[in-house]
Write a protein that binds this ligand. Structure first.
Ligand code: F6P
Length: 326
């Protein structure tokens, strides 16, 4: 301890419910350890533009329950360039910031990893993305809330689908990952789940729905992750419409409503634990690591692993989804 006197905190990439709870935990933990805290606005772009504001304990009052991020977020193209990162470093030095907590996903940790190889300011990451696609942590902040938002929406769609004997293709977020699709599918009793990790599923749909038809199902819900190989729910629905003439087919794309809203209890608690752990990691001279949760325990995962390795979908969950949707 002793080297770090002032830390910066930023949120970057897609916002996720619980980011505010993490900012609060970082700020208040730092103050508890007599550190100064600087909020960096608009992610890495705010580092480049020196868009800084000091955070006090009261600055983070009344935010634990709010979605979005009080620090704003962005995906900075300039930070991808050596010139942009140099500007960021000079601003960090001028502001006397000795370490940074970055809250975000893959892109955020990739940026932090590159920066840390070039410059000496330590960065510690907190996983925050609704996609839950970060290797090394069982949960990312925002995933649980997004999942619950999807479940609420699909339950409502099921009511109207059953009333009309309709087939719904519901598209959920997840450009490269099917965690939201798979788990919302299990939780809503979806008839089928199409995710980027499993190829060829869309082609099996016809047989699957026909077997459900034989048992006189009054509705069918097919959850599609936006990044599936066929190009999303609209593309799949269009391809299969003619195969399902008994059904009126509809498509519902849930979109960005999945990113908003008040964070769930799970996300608030995880964000509080991870934000707290990130500050302690900086004080322990850690750098280029993400704090994560594995089996309910805080762990440190090097950025290079968090970025490079893929978090895999559990085959047993997929099997479960298939068994329960017969
Ligand atoms: O990474 C979070 C996420 O919500 C993805 O699920 C989605 O593909 C992407 O961000 C959407 O990004 P944007 O808000 O820039 O459209």
């Amino acid at each position: 301890m002793g080297k770090i006197k002032r830390i910066g905190v930023l949120t970057s990439g897609g916002d996720a419910p619980g980011m505010n709870a993490a900012i609060r935990a970082v700020t208040r933990t730092a103050i508890y350890y007599d550190l100064e805290v600087i909020g960096i606005r608009h992610g890495y772009q705010g580092l480049i533009n020196a868009n800084f504001k000091p955070l006090k304990a009261f600055s983070v009052s009344d935010i634990i329950q709010r979605g979005g991020t009080i620090l704003k977020t962005a995906r900075s193209e300039e930070f991808r360039t050596p010139e942009g990162r140099q500007k960021a470093y000079l601003n960090l030095k001028e502001a006397g910031i000795d370490g940074v907590v970055c809250i975000g996903g893959d892109g955020t940790f990739t940026g932090a990893g590159i920066f840390s190889e070039e410059y000496d300011t330590p960065f510690v990451g907190v996983p925050g993305t609704i996609d839950n696609d970060i290797y090394g942590t069982d949960y990312t902040i925002g995933y649980d809330t997004a999942l619950n938002t999807v479940i609420e929406a699909v339950d409502k769609i099921r009511d109207t689908a059953s009333a009309h004997n309709r087939m719904f293709f519901v598209e959920v977020m997840g450009a490269e990952a099917g965690f939201i699709a798979l788990n919302s599918g299990i939780a809503t009793g979806a008839e089928a789940i199409i995710i980027p990790e499993i190829k060829g599923e869309a082609r099996n749909l016809k047989a699957l729905i026909e077997s459900g038809n034989k048992r006189k199902k009054s509705s069918n819900i097919i959850i599609v992750a936006e990044g599936d190989e066929e190009g999303g729910a609209i593309a799949i629905a269009n391809k299969l419409k003619d195969d399902f003439t008994d059904y009126d087919v509809r498509v519902s794309v849930l979109g960005h409503l999945q990113r908003g809203g008040s964070p769930s209890a799970v996300d608030r608690v995880n964000a509080s634990r991870l934000g707290h752990a990130a500050v302690e990691a900086l004080l322990d001279d850690q750098k280029s690591v993400m704090v994560g949760l594995q089996n309910d325990t805080i762990v440190l995962v090097p950025f290079r692993k968090a970025i490079k390795l893929n978090k895999t979908i559990s085959p047993s969950l997929l099997e479960l989804a298939n068994i329960l949707s017969i």
